[in-house]
Design a binder for this molecule. Structure first.
Ligand SMILES: Nc1ncnc2c1ncn2[C@@H]1O[C@H](COP(=O)(O)OP(=O)(O)OP(=O)(O)O)[C@@H](O)[C@H]1O
Ligand SMILES: [Mg+2]
Length: 310
């Protein structure tokens, strides 16, 4: 499905800051002025090492946090302002989250049908029991599970199957945006590919957009239309998957790319991982601003750095 980049973005995050005051003297600046957009039906991959602020961005977008500053616009509505009941309902249904660890995010005491049906129950989106059952069976089939799985409990599933339940729970609300926070990281490599393919198929069918969060670039490569590289709360580089992989500009992006193992043993033998240490790099993220490389490719740096790198 071709994405229409000329229309209105589904999600627009502008200069988002999310700070946490942990004591009287110490504030964690988890997210420092991040801006990006996601278009309908698009997959935006957000990558960065542990602690870079990926989950915080996901949680701010779905409004689990009140942003410190900046704005988040979803489907034309500024969701950082005070929300009306109707806005809240829209947000709770049209934006859904899939979590990293399905074992801890699925209630162990509930049957799968009630886990998946919870959103339907809360928002009263069915007329009778039979319709509810049908919706749940349909969604189970869509994620590759059998009807009899409905009456089982989370611990009776494998890791990959549990993540399918997590996907089904998000999907049943017919969301326009799904935030997938490391949703395949805990799975075996072979199962990761299955789940990613399932998510791609579902996207083809439903037109949902994804904010796909992962800590390395190899995981987002096959699913993302565009990628954003996050480090220490700053979005350092963003562009199409092709732009990021063929022409990385920021040394941090280069280091992430050089860390990806090559399937070809001859190439792999000669692969040199580029190290990157912010402290000794001489780079100050707070000095940088967005420079246009070309197309939808931007890098956050100073004029001097841009002249040197691009
Ligand atoms: N509620 C909170 N209170 C205080 N600090 C927080 C809070 N949530 C996150 N942080 C801090 O903000 C930073 C970013 O955390 P975040 O969980 O967003 O990182 P991440 O990129 O998702 O990492 P990971 O790959 O390990 O999941 C970290 O330094 C973290 O300790
Ligand atoms: Mg995280």
């Amino acid at each position: 499905m071709a994405i229409d980049y000329s229309g209105q973005p589904l999600l627009k995050v502008e200069n988002l800051k999310q700070h946490f005051k942990v004591s009287n003297t110490y504030t964690v600046k988890a997210v420092e002025g991040v801006s990006f957009e996601i278009y309908p039906g698009e997959t935006y991959g957000l990558v960065g090492e542990s602690g870079s602020g990926k989950s915080t961005i996901g949680r701010s977008v779905i409004r689990l946090y009140d942003p410190t500053s900046g704005s988040i616009t979803f489907d034309g509505t500024d969701i950082t302002k005070k929300l009306t009941r109707a806005d809240k309902k829209k947000l709770r249904t049209e934006m859904q989250m899939i979590f990293q660890d399905p074992m801890s995010s699925l209630n162990p005491r509930k049957k799968v049908e009630d886990i998946i049906g919870e959103g339907l129950d809360i928002h009263h989106t069915y007329e009778n029991r039979a319709q509810r059952d049908r919706l749940i069976k349909d969604i189970l089939a869509k994620v590759g599970l059998a009807p009899e799985h409905a009456s089982r409990y989370p611990h009776q599933f494998s890791g990959g199957q549990r993540q399918r339940v997590g996907i089904a729970r998000a999907l049943i609300m017919n969301p326009k945006l799904i935030i997938a926070d490391e949703c395949i990281s805990a799975l075996d490599v072979s199962i990761q590919a299955q789940v990613v393919n399932l998510m791609k198929d579902i996207q083809q069918e439903t037109g949902a957009a994804y904010l796909f969060i992962a800590h390395d670039l190899s995981m987002v490569k096959y699913i993302s239309d565009r990628i954003g590289v996050l480090h220490l709360g700053h979005l350092l580089e963003t562009g199409t998957t092709e732009e990021i992989f063929s022409n990385p500009i920021h040394p941090y992006t280069k280091s992430l790319l050089s860390a990806i193992p090559e399937p070809n043993p001859i190439v792999e033998k000669n692969r040199v991982a580029e190290s990157y240490d912010y402290k000794t790099s001489g780079i100050d993220y707070n000095q940088g601003f967005n420079h246009h490389v070309g197309g939808s490719h931007y890098v956050k740096c100073t004029d001097q750095e841009f002249a040197k790198w691009a």
